[in-house]
Design a protein around this ligand. Structure first.
Ligand SMILES: Nc1ncnc2c1ncn2[C@@H]1O[C@H](COP(=O)(O)OP(=O)(O)OP(=O)(O)O)[C@@H](O)[C@H]1O
Ligand SMILES: O=P(O)(O)OC[C@H]1O[C@H](OP(=O)(O)O)[C@H](O)[C@@H]1O
Length: 204
């Protein structure tokens, strides 16, 4: 296990705004770092800053144990470099875009881990994915089908924030709900209440 620094796993359906919120939070808080993912997607696809690799290279790196976490979704493979442990050990706070399917694994691996779950109405997701234009209509339909994938049981720290409205509003809510609460959250853990889910629903 590694990490004094807080690792915040950002999750939610495709198109909800995970990358947009992460970038805006990191802009507002330069002490917060963004994890650069390794993906079997051509870098020209745009969007987040990621390292695009071929399937064989991904497989080799996964086999060599280079990834702290890796998963498959939407016909792509995603890896989180094991080197993030060094930043966390130095006390850095990091934001990472994760699959909802790897959250239990992430919590087991990282000592100081929280989940930021973003939500938006289905029609908002559909409209945003179409406007973004990174995927085909067929891909978008498949992504929308996965929109209501549930979070696993047993997560200790989850903050849920609606991103159906303006991005600025979401960022303000994330900053006040999650980052300043770090000391409080750690105090809660020290009382031995780690197995009691601490879920914060953020509304207006
Ligand atoms: N609050 C917002 N208001 C309006 N548009 C937004 C908002 N948040 C994100 N968007 C837009 O919605 C689209 C999807 O956002 P983004 O790529 O950040 O989502 P994502 O959750 O990372 O999606 P994916 O999982 O598919 O990568 C982008 O075009 C982005 O500019
Ligand atoms: O539906 P779940 O499993 O939560 O997420 C699956 C994947 O979808 C998104 O990928 P992308 O950023 O759109 O390529 C997420 O970042 C994650 O990697």
């Amino acid at each position: 296990m590694s990490g004094l620094g807080l690792l915040i796993g950002v999750v939610g359906p495709s198109g909800v705004g995970k990358d947009s919120v992460m970038q805006a939070v990191a802009q507002a808080r330069p002490d917060v770092g963004l994890v650069r993912r390794v993906i079997t997607r051509p870098e020209e696809a745009g969007g987040e800053d990621f390292e695009g690799v071929a399937e064989a290279a991904f497989e080799a790196r996964a086999g060599a144990g280079d990834f702290a976490l890796h998963w498959q979704a939407h016909g792509l493979r995603y890896g989180i470099p094991g080197t993030i442990a060094q930043d966390l050990d130095q006390g850095r706070t990091l934001l990472v875009n994760l699959s909802r399917a790897v959250l239990a694994q992430a919590q087991a691996r990282f000592a100081n881990f929280a989940v930021l779950e973003l939500t938006a109405a289905p029609e908002v997701l559909a409209q945003r994915l179409a406007a973004r234009g990174r995927e085909s209509a067929e891909d978008i339909a498949r992504r929308l089908q996965r929109a209501d994938y549930a979070l696993p049981e047993g997560l200790a720290r989850v903050v849920t924030t609606d991103n159906g409205g303006a991005l600025d509003k979401t960022v303000a809510q994330v900053l006040s709900a999650l980052l300043p609460d770090m000391t409080q959250t750690l105090k809660t853990d020290k009382t031995g209440a780690a197995d009691r889910p601490e879920t914060i629903e953020v509304t207006e």
